[in-house]
Design a protein around this ligand. Structure first.
Ligand SMILES: C[S@@+](CC[C@H](N)C(=O)[O-])C[C@H]1O[C@@H](n2cnc3c(N)ncnc32)[C@H](O)[C@@H]1O
Length: 778
């Protein structure tokens, strides 16, 4: 394991695919990373590592407080000399990072002297540094000689700048003295073998240096020139054994997704749009799902049992919006845009899945193959479960040019294949229809099954006499009776043998419906007869909601039965399910339906966008279609035939994902925000902040400050609390079990637990979680 110093210019805020690949390499090898706290490259690198949830990171800062520490990693505070001002102040930490590291990876904007100085520091300390500038081939510097070669290509201005900024010990131009860190051959080999080197360019990332290989062009120095034969062989051998197969997309060529941002995301409760009495068990979140997923990662990491998504299929037909524009068929990078969009969201989604969780993704032929490879990339090829075919239409389209497109797919991956176990699917009516009762057997319907089989069975060769008197000498040729003579006699005595109406047939065993398993293993072919088709889905939506005109009808809902099938396979009562492309909210309707049927308290989280555009700025799909549909399904409605339909029950909180740019983060405490975040963290149903300085819900409480009136509230609550029993148990999810006579030990959050611990020594006093402290600058 090595330590890599990763740094770069303040003007770099976007990491190229070359840099990202190197960072992926660093993480996959488990190297330690040291990184600065500046804006620009430091922050972009931090963000990348944080999104990958990489923990082996140390952030260096000059002065007591880091400007950025996005992953709340270990902090190394460097105290600069008292006289240090400006860049010298920050250079203090750079020097220490260069000392701490074994190698350097510097991301350069082609101008910044600070980045190049770090290369110099590393080289002076005898360490290799890779300098990456845009999409050009990287420069690897390992020796004073490399440094001088590099310097000779720099502008006069940059050279002067470097000389001014470097200390005399750092700046020793012309020195090729071996004691100044010239590499030994071993270090050179290590540097080359170390996979901060770029992988072989793939077809989708053209080698921009190849022009230099054209006849007549000047040969360019290669980054392998310094390697001896052995080092080269080792390098090639390793590359040959490394994974070469995978999905590549044009990340460097597409516009960055403007939804991807570093802002803090607050989830604001809108009580007026919520449904039912608080506390609300389910969540509908309005906003971009990238924001919502980041917010949920704080509260729901590892808690979701089943995710279903139905993302835009990227048909090129106004279904996929990227950076507020529809991506049409002619867009050169349309597949790359879609892949980048999905990749960012799927990575977050994976973090939300429980270890025994599973994700179902609807898709059609437009992106099926790319989605499969993307899912392999994000969830791991070994976690593939199935590719389900859903028969989406009930009649062929005769106008189709080649084939009538009758089905879509649902791609299924587990977080961990070994940990995920599907529930059996209830038997369908079609499957049950084969069971009849021609002899009025009091045990109910049955179906005949063969008495003979091909498997060799020594005791299964006897002759049989039918009730009609016909003698069957032996089983059919090459077959054996499944039961021995004695067992057969027993079955016959119990009227479990069917001889046909006339008592003259070859005997068959009666299999009773009451005795077969009530569920069957899920199969990969789902017909519209079992799970509905697209027209059913539209009818179901229109049965609940009216639209002003047919042009406004939400056009891509899924059938409720399809969602039910998924929920039956992948969720149990009490589980939380998530749909972050919720559209019209079909998943929630299926959850409410199943809960009403079996009393199981499944919960849902839906994320839906407003779909507002420049032409329709007031459109709000989430509020007017998704939430409204779920509200009616839960509370009751009049259907399209004018009949009253009873509500299925249930409640939801309506939340809005709100981005707050780091420089606008208010340090004023928003207690409602804190209270809701704590409730979500504890998997509680949401209740509004009472605006009283103190709130409690089940065993969970939040004391906002220490004003006498608020502490008095807390005292009253504790006095009325059934029992702050030292042996009380907290049930899964934080709520006390309703069946338990001993209430759970209360968990009380406040900003300084040590100040009030004596109020309730048996309570679990918790400091406000770090993410919330950081959000409010505490
Ligand atoms: C195919 S529809 C889902 C339909 C849904 N399964 C149903 O039964 O109603 C996809 C939905 O994802 C929404 N969507 C697309 N990009 C989104 C984003 N970044 N955040 C949230 N929703 C998004 C679209 O607006 C659209 O409503």
């Amino acid at each position: 394991m090595s330590t890599i110093f990763i740094g770069g210019s303040r003007h770099v805020s976007h990491l190229s695919s070359q840099v990202r690949e190197r960072l992926d390499n660093v993480m996959s090898k488990g190297h330690d990373v040291v990184v600065g706290d500046a804006n620009g490259a430091d922050r972009a690198v931090q963000k990348f590592l944080h999104e990958a949830d990489y923990r082996k990171v140390t952030v260096y800062c000059s002065g007591p407080r880091p400007r950025n520490n996005l992953g709340q990693w270990n902090l190394q505070v460097v105290t600069p000399p008292k006289t240090a001002k400006g860049f010298q102040f920050y250079a203090a930490k750079d020097r220490e990072m260069a000392q701490a590291a074994d190698f350097g990876l510097m991301i350069w904007d082609g101008k910044s002297p600070g980045t190049v100085l770090n290369v110099l520091r590393l080289v002076r300390a005898g360490k290799a540094a890779v300098l990456i500038h845009g999409s050009a081939a990287p420069t690897t510097l390992k020796s004073a000689h490399d440094w001088e070669t590099f310097l000779s290509g720099c502008s006069d201005g940059l050279r002067a700048d470097l000389r001014d900024r470097a200390t005399p010990e750092e700046w020793q131009p012309g020195s090729s003295d071996p004691q100044h860190g010239l590499f030994t051959s071993r270090v050179a080999e290590q540097a080359a073998e170390h996979r901060v080197e770029a992988p072989t360019p793939s077809p989708a990332t053209p080698d921009k240096t190849k022009a230099s290989n054209q006849p007549g062009a000047m040969p360019q120095p290669s980054r392998y020139d310094h390697l001896g034969k052995d080092a080269l062989v080792r390098l090639l051998t390793r590359r040959d054994t490394e994974r070469q197969l995978g999905l590549v997309w044009e990340r460097d060529d597409i516009d960055p997704d403007t939804a991807i941002n570093d802002d803090y995301v607050a989830l604001d409760l809108d009580s007026a749009l919520s449904h039912g009495d608080a506390p609300w068990r389910n969540l509908i979140i309005e906003g971009d799902n990238y924001d919502a997923l980041r917010a949920l990662r704080m509260s729901h990491a590892g808690k979701i049992r089943c995710i279903y998504i139905d993302p835009p299929y990227n048909t090129g037909n106004r279904d996929f919006v990227y950076n507020d524009r529809f991506v049409d068929k002619s867009h050169r990078f349309r597949h790359s845009l879609w892949l980048e969009f999905m990749y960012k969201r799927l990575r977050l989604a994976k973090d939300l899945l429980a270890d025994d969780g599973v994700i179902f993704v609807s898709i059609d032929d437009n992106e099926l193959f790319r989605l499969g490879m993307l899912m392999d990339e994000v969830f791991g090829e070994g976690n593939f479960i199935a590719n389900v075919i859903w028969q989406k239409v009930y009649s062929p389209k005769n106008t189709a040019q080649h084939f009538s497109d009758d089905h879509e797919y649902i791609v299924v991956y587990a977080k961990s294949r070994a940990n995920w176990h599907p529930n059996p699917v209830p038997r369908s009516e079609g499957q049950n229809r084969a069971y009849k009762n021609p002899d009025n057997d009091p045990r109910g319907p049955w179906k005949p099954s063969d008495l003979s089989a091909r498997n060799f069975y020594g005791a299964g060769t006897y002759g049989i006499t039918c009730p009609s008197g016909r003698v069957i000498e032996s089983p059919p040729s090459g077959m054996y009776w499944r039961a021995s003579k004695e067992k057969f006699a027993e079955l016959d005595a119990d009227a479990r043998i069917w001889w046909g109406k006339d008592g003259n047939n070859v005997p068959a065993i009666k299999r009773f419906l009451s005795e077969v398993k009530q569920g069957v293993v899920p199969q990969t072919l789902w017909t519209y007869g079992e799970v509905g088709h697209t027209q059913d889905a539209k009818k179901q939506l229109l049965d609940v909601l009216r639209f002003e005109s047919s042009g406004e009808v939400f056009s891509t809902p899924k059938p409720v039965q399809l969602m039910e099938r998924i929920l039956r396979i992948a969720s149990n009562p009490g589980d939380t399910t998530l749909d972050f492309f919720a559209g019209s909210g079909t998943l929630a309707q299926a959850v409410a339906k199943l809960n009403a049927e079996d009393g199981g308290e499944r919960r849902f989280i839906l994320v839906s966008s407003t779909e507002a555009t420049d032409e329709q700025p007031d459109k709000n799909l989430c509020r007017d279609v998704c939430a409204e549909r779920v509200r009616r399904v839960m509370g009751g409605y009049t259907n399209s035939k004018g009949e009253a339909v009873a509500g299925l029950g249930g409640s939801f909180a309506y939340l809005r994902a709100r981005r707050i740019a780091p420089h606008r983060l208010s340090v004023k405490l928003e207690h409602a925000e804190v209270w809701h975040a704590l409730q979500l963290l504890h998997d509680h149903a949401l209740s509004p902040w009472p605006n009283a300085g103190f709130a409690a819900d089940g065993a969970l409480a939040y004391l906002a400050d220490f004003r006498e009136a608020h502490v008095a509230h807390l005292r009253d609550w504790l006095a009325a609390y059934p029992c702050a029993h030292p042996h009380a148990q907290t049930s899964k999810g934080g709520d006390p079990s309703p069946h338990s006579s001993i209430k759970a030990r209360p968990t009380i959050y406040c900003w300084s637990p040590e100040r009030v611990r004596e109020l309730a020594p048996d309570a679990d006093w918790q400091p406000i979680p770090q993410a919330l402290r950081a959000r409010f600058g505490r």
